[in-house]
Design a protein around this ligand. Structure first.
Ligand SMILES: *Cc1c(COP(=O)(O)O)cnc(C)c1O
Length: 365
């Protein structure tokens, strides 16, 4: 049996262990220490966002953004329907109501036309929008940011999958009021688990830090006027993050190369995820469209038999039982993408022969 090819397994740079040893020598085995700050600085340097806060997960980072923006019970929060649950669950943590917006075919991400139409017609103005940059492809973020500004709606970018992707030379995650990155085990970089919140607004990041460390007032004993969360990242994991950030550009280039290898082999057979003009995605996962649902399941069977991990695209949120009855502004695009889409093994440790192996299986079907 061939070795198993995963969708996107961890890929260490070699310095992680060294930095972890430094943590142990300093004895800062805690959610504070030199690497926590270093990790935040490295994200600021790479994304050019002036402020960053590192926390235990991307989901926690989104939750903090909503809390700082004052999203509360009964508020409406707009969101991409074509996304992962971690993007949406924080809306429920705040007892607010998600309103889902569908995708367009050019970006697979949120359709700005649907967004604008809804905001012109809605009776109750939503507090915020959470827009996802799916599979490392940047949404039409410039126009989406303009629409949000015009209507007075806060913008949170879920860039959990798109660290290192850019649109008109500006990094994904830095167009909105807040941006969020994830370092979960399957993301382009990983600390085994973790997340980062970025914003141009220093007061907001300071406030998020306050909430992420149990909302302790500034005095020696424990004084509380508000409640917070225990969301701050461990110094041990931050050490992994610092080492991972050193190879981010390499990882983006490799992910893009893998996509090109697949495309060379299969361009006549499959439709590949597009890339918006003026953007450079990180190609976190190579994703393709087939002609029918049946073709997808046939391929998944064939690839699984040969020890290749593959998966359908994200099931849209408006189709989840959890959100039965939630408001959704639809055009059928995300549903079609879900039915016909497939994610292929895209780990950055793969070589050209690994990609060829997957392609041969696909061709044989
Ligand atoms: C991974 C992911 C998240 C959640 O990040 P965690 O760090 O796993 O909490 C949110 N949104 C999207 C689109 C993701 O892919």
């Amino acid at each position: 049996m061939h070795k198993r090819l995963f969708l996107s397994p961890p890929h260490m740079s070699g310095n992680e262990q060294k930095y972890i040893n430094e943590v142990f020598q300093s004895n800062y085995i805690a959610p504070l220490g030199a690497f926590v700050q270093k990790f935040e600085e490295s994200i600021c340097q790479y994304t050019l966002s002036p402020n960053a806060l590192v926390v235990t997960s991307g989901t926690a980072a989104i939750h903090l953004a909503l809390r700082v923006l004052g999203v509360k019970e009964g508020d409406d929060v707009l969101a991409s329907t074509f996304t992962f649950i971690g993007s949406i669950a924080p809306i429920l943590y705040q007892n607010a109501n998600p309103v889902f917006i569908d995708s367009d075919y050019e970006s697979w991400n949120l359709d700005p036309k649907l967004l604008n139409k809804y905001l012109l017609e809605c009776e109750k103005k939503p507090k915020a929008l959470i827009v996802t940059h799916l599979y490392g492809q940047v949404a039409k973020i410039k126009i989406i940011a303009d629409i949000c500004k015009f209507h007075g709606v806060y913008l949170i970018e879920d860039a959990a999958e798109s660290l290192g992707a850019s649109y008109h030379e500006k990094q994904s995650g830095t167009y909105g009021d807040f941006g969020v990155y994830s370092f979960n085990g399957n993301k382009i970089l990983t600390t085994s688990g973790g997340g980062m919140l970025v914003s141009a607004n220093k007061e907001w990041i300071d406030k998020a830090k306050f909430y992420s460390t149990q909302a302790k007032e500034d005095c020696l004993h424990y004084e509380h006027t508000e409640y917070g969360y225990n969301y701050r990242m461990s110094n041990v994991l931050a050490a992994i993050g610092v080492a991972q950030m050193e190879v981010l550009q390499k990882r983006v280039d490799k992910k893009r190369e893998i996509f090109e290898w697949y495309k060379e082999e299969l361009n006549d057979l499959l439709e590949f995820m597009p890339e918006l003009e003026g953007s450079r995605g990180n190609r976190w996962l190579t994703t393709v469209l087939l002609k029918s649902e049946k073709e997808v399941s046939t391929l998944i069977d064939a690839l699984s038999k040969e020890n290749c991990e593959c998966r359908p695209l994200w099931k849209p949120m408006h189709r989840q039982k959890l959100f039965e009855g939630a408001k959704a502004i639809l055009n059928g695009v995300s549903e079609d993408l879900f039915k016909r889409g497939l994610c292929l093994p895209s780990g950055t440790l793969m070589n050209r022969d690994d990609v060829k192996r997957v392609c041969e299986i696909i061709k044989s079907v």
